[in-house]
Design a protein around this ligand. Structure first.
Ligand code: S3P
Length: 187
């Protein structure tokens, strides 16, 4: 007799393909931290696109921007995402995208080509700025507060294309991860 799959498996497997979860949003949204927490909750593998880029390039994101510029970084980001999307056809993962990845049209086309749940982690721009300023991580596009706010406004409509939106203000990482899992019907 074929065993009846549990709820988590039923939700993750649609039409025979496992559905990866893409966390998107601006710098400071908590994509990596929430992604790690979510992957632990679901016992799924976790993938951070920026880590993949750094490993492949042998340089940090900060060095890539400084030595090669943003255009070269976007090219690397696109190639890394293309490779990752190929792998996700075989094994679903929780994926954290860098803040600019989801708003590049050619990247959106790649993501649209695979089965995913896209989740926008949202927060007011002042909260995002505060989080980025508190973190030790060096972000090449977070050097100037006015530019940060401007970039956020320009990108926000792009993030809203996601299938799900989770408000993260005043919530801890575990709470947000739980909300993501519940929204997807996995908890
Ligand atoms: C970027 C965000 C960064 C990183 C790179 C570019 C962006 O990732 O990909 O510095 O364009 O917003 P985080 O969102 O994880 O900081």
């Amino acid at each position: 007799m074929t065993p009846i799959p549990d709820r988590q498996t039923m939700t993750a497997v649609q039409g025979g393909a496992r559905v990866s979860i893409f966390l998107v949003g601006f710098m400071g949204a908590g994509k990596t931290s929430v992604g790690l927490a979510l992957s632990r909750r679901l016992s799924w593998p976790f993938e951070d696109l920026d880590d993949r880029i750094e490993e492949h390039a042998g340089h940090s994101i900060e060095e890539i921007f400084r030595l090669l510029g943003e255009t070269a970084f976007r090219e690397m980001e696109h190639r890394a995402l293309r490779d990752l999307c190929g792998e996700l056809r075989q094994s679903a993962r929780v994926v954290a995208l860098g803040g600019g990845a989801f708003v590049q049209p050619r990247n959106l086309a790649l993501i649209a080509g695979i089965t995913t749940h896209t989740v926008f982690l949202d927060a007011p721009v002042e909260e995002l700025l505060r989080r980025c300023q508190q973190q030790a991580k060096t972000r090449p596009l977070c050097r100037d507060a006015a530019q940060f706010r401007q970039l956020y406004e320009a990108r926000r409509p792009g993030y809203l294309v996601s299938a799900y939106r989770i408000e993260t203000q005043n919530k801890d990482i575990e709470t947000v991860a739980k909300e993501v899992a519940c929204s997807l019907g996995m908890e």
